[in-house]
Ligand binder design. Structure first.
Ligand code: PBG
Ligand code: ZN
Length: 319
């Protein structure tokens, strides 16, 4: 006698009955890039099937997202002008602020905004530059201002992605003091300095003009440090914590799941998406199957929420 695990793999009926992890449309958040201007819907070269939209062109994609029963979108802005301190990021008529207003008007979607400075600064860094470094504490005041302007526009949740110390606390306090107690914070808690962000930086025009982001984003060799980042963000009031990127960081997701009781989001980032699309185009892999396998692995690792450029494709497949 020996154990026969193959019995429960015999056919699709029994495989489905014993299946441990299921991807659901309810898990997905779709990132959308909004750009200044009118009449714009331009494909992002490195992010096939994803576009930059001007605010007036959002109707179609928002309807599509809603029709597929995807619950949330994450908004990234591509502004018209950049300066040293990201003024266009907290302009009440800025591109994100107008996009949020519009999406809340035309849909019931849950609207999340990325809170950062890199698309809006002339130097492309995620904070205020002092000499050769980022002034962490000065940056916090700007981040809080940006978050507040998004809340005023109607955002349901703000998502700081800058990796400065103390930002969750600062943003929470600013929101509370201004009557936005119910606006939630999803913190990019364990965000690594990663080469997987390449296509995004093209999409959002947010490349650092000098140096790199290693003094604020995490060293990819570290996992204990990620647990500290998450712990601090939870102490400061984050409602959802995030691990980013996802695929090369499944161990980080798993450890966070085992250690903390907060909802965990994983960001299946631009480079992860672009590699699947490129390999598919070359005929090396079945793109749709690879997509399902990757996203399921992120869920199996312990993520509750997956932010992904594949969202529409997955939703079409599993709905
Ligand atoms: C901005 C930001 C980045 C991403 C999300 N917000 C890029 C970066 O930190 O350089 C990456 C998302 C992706 O690659 O899909 N701070
Ligand atoms: Zn940034």
């Amino acid at each position: 006698m020996f154990n026969r695990t193959r019995r429960t793999r015999k056919d699709e009926n029994i495989r489905s009955l014993v299946r441990e992890t299921r991807l659901s449309v309810d898990d997905l958040i779709y990132p959308i890039f909004v750009v200044e201007g009118v009449g714009i819907k331009e494909e992002i070269t490195s992010l096939e099937d994803n576009y930059r939209y001007s605010v007036d062109m959002l109707d179609e994609i928002i309807k599509e997202v809603e029709d597929l029963n995807i619950r949330g979108v994450l908004i990234f802005g591509v502004p018209e002008y950049k300066d040293e301190c990201a003024t266009s990021a907290f302009d009440e008529n800025g591109v994100v602020q107008r996009a949020v207003k519009k999406i809340k008007e035309i849909s019931n979607l849950y609207v999340i905004t990325d809170v950062c400075m890199c698309q809006y600064t002339s130097h492309g860094h995620c904070g205020i530059i002092e000499g050769n470094d980022i002034d962490n504490d000065k940056t916090l005041e700007y981040l809080a201002k940006i978050a507040l302007s998004h809340a005023k526009a109607g955002a349901d949740m703000v998502a700081p992605s800058d990796m400065m110390d103390g930002r969750v606390k600062f943003i929470r306090r600013m929101l509370d003091e201004n009557g936005y107690k119910n606006v939630a914070i999803m913190s990019y808690s364990a965000k690594y300095a990663s080469s997987f962000y390449g296509p995004f930086r093209e999409a959002a025009d947010s490349k650092p003009q000098f140096g790199d982001r290693k003094s604020y984003q995490m060293d990819y060799c570290n996992i204990r440090e990620a647990m500290r980042e998450i712990e601090y963000d939870i102490e400061e009031g984050a409602d959802i914590i995030m691990v980013k990127p996802a695929l090369s960081y499944l161990d980080v997701i798993r450890q966070a799941r085992d250690k903390f009781n907060h909802p965990i989001a994983a960001y299946n980032v631009s480079g992860e998406y672009a590699m699947v699309k490129a390999a598919e185009k070359m005929g090396y892999v079945d793109g749709e199957k690879i997509m399902m396998e990757i996203l399921t692995s992120i869920k199996r690792a312990g993520a509750d929420i997956i932010i992904t450029y594949h969202a529409l494709d997955v939703a079409r497949k599993i709905k």
